[in-house]
Design a protein around this ligand. Sequence first.
Ligand SMILES: [Fe+2]
Ligand SMILES: [Fe+2]
Length: 474
Amino acid sequence: MSSVNLTDRIPNNVNLSNDRTLQRALEHWQPHFLSWWDEMGPSEFSQRDVYLRTAVGVDAEGWASYDYVRMPEYRWGIFLADETPDRRIGFGDNYGQPVWQQVPGEFRSQFRRLIVTQGDTEPASVEQQRALGQTCPSLYDLRNLFQVNVEEGRHLWAMVYLLHAYFGRDGREEAEELLSRHSGDVDKPRILSTFNEPISDWLSFFCFTYFTDRDGKYQLKSLAESAFDPLARTCRFMLTEEAHHMFVGETGLSRVIRRALEVMKELGTDDPAAVRRTGAIDLPLLQRYLNFWFSSSLDLFGSEMSSNAASTFANGIKGRPDETLYTDHLALEESFELAVPHGDSGTTTEQVPMRNAMNEVARLAYVKDCEMGLKRWNMMIRRAGHELQLSLPAVRFRRSIGAWANVPTDPQGNRISADAYAHGIAGWLPTADDRAYVQRLMQRVVTPGKMAGWLAPPDRGINNKPGDFEYVRL
Ligand SMILES: [Fe+2]
Ligand SMILES: [Fe+2]
C-alpha cells in the first residue's frame, strides 16, 4: 500500500514531498482554495466543531477517522487508490496494453476537458448548498450536509492535483478557473447547467444527493476505467466518499416517506391536503420532485448518439461503468437499438454502432441504480397498506439534450402535443405552491436528538452515535 503522509501541509499518498515544484504549486493554490471556501462555502459555521469523517488513508478499514473539526481546518488531501500491479487498458483500441502513467499528447485536450468538467461540479455543489445550514431539520442532517460539502471540496482537490501534476501551465490555469467560476454567476457560471441552480430546500438537497450525486458516481465509474492510471486511481478513491452522498439522499427521502406514512396512518387518509395540514410532505408532491430531479440529472449523460463518446471510448479515456462486466471490450461489432422520435407523433428505432451509444449505456446503468431506492420506498408504502406507488418518469420525459430534447412526452414517455404538455406539466413538476409549502417547512431544528416534523429520525447515528449526539456544537 502507498504510504500516507499526514504531516505535510497537504496530506497525500502521492509522495508530494519528493516533487518540490508540484508541492509548491499546490501550496500556492491552497490559500486560494481556502478563501474560496470562506467566501462560497458554509462560512457562517466556520467556527463550529463538526463531527466529521476525514480521509487519512486509502485501505478498506482505516481510510476514514471521525472527530470534531472546524471545517476550514478540515484536512483536504490528495488520495489515490492503491496501484493495481500490471494494470492493463480494459477497453477500446488499446485494449490489453499497459495503462499510462502520463497523458499521451494526442489525448491531452480530451483528458483536460473531462477533468475540468468533473472538477467544476465539485465546488459548484458546495456553492449551491451553502445556505442550507440555516434551515437544517436536525443536527444529524446538518452534519451530513457538511460531510458532503467537505468531501466535494476534497474532490476538487483530487482533480486539481491531476491538472497540476500532468497538464503543466494549462492545468494550473484551469485550477485557478475552477475557483473563479461560481454556481449561478451571470458572467462566469459553472460549466453544466444543473450545477447553476441553487438548492434552497432540504427536499431538493435529498433529491440532488440521490439523483445528481449518483450521476457523479457513474461518471466516476467510467473514469475509474480510464487508461490514464492516475485518473483511474483518483476516481476509485472518490467513489468510496461518493457512497456516503447517495446514502444521505436515499435515507433522507426514505425518512420523508416514513413520516408521510406515519401521518397518513394517524389521519386515516392519504389526502394530500390533510397530510400537509400536519406539516408532513405528501407523496404526490414528492413524486413531482422526483420527476424534476431525475429528468434534469439524465441530461448530464449527454446525447444518446455521440461521436465524442465513441472517440473517448476508442482512445481509452473513458470506459463504461463496470467495464469488466461486459464481454466485448472493443465494442466494434455490436450495435445498440435506440428509440428516437419520428415525424410529428411517432417513434422509430435506429441501430447505432455501440461505441456511439456509450452515453446511453451509462445512462441506462444509472437508471437501474436509481430504481433500487424506488423499489424499497414502494415496498414501505405497500406495507403501510397504500396503493400509491412512486415511479421514475421515462428517460424521454422533459429532456433538454439528445434525440428527445424538447420533444413533448408525458411521464410515461408517450408523445403528446405541445399543448397537452404545457397543460400537463403543472401536475408533473413541482408547482409554485409545492415549492412555497416546502419552503415553509424549512425551519431550523438544532436541539440534539430533535427532528423537524416533515421527516422521521434516522435508523441509526453516524459512526453508531446515539440519537441525541451533538453532531455540531453550535
Ligand atoms: Fe464529488
Ligand atoms: Fe458527491
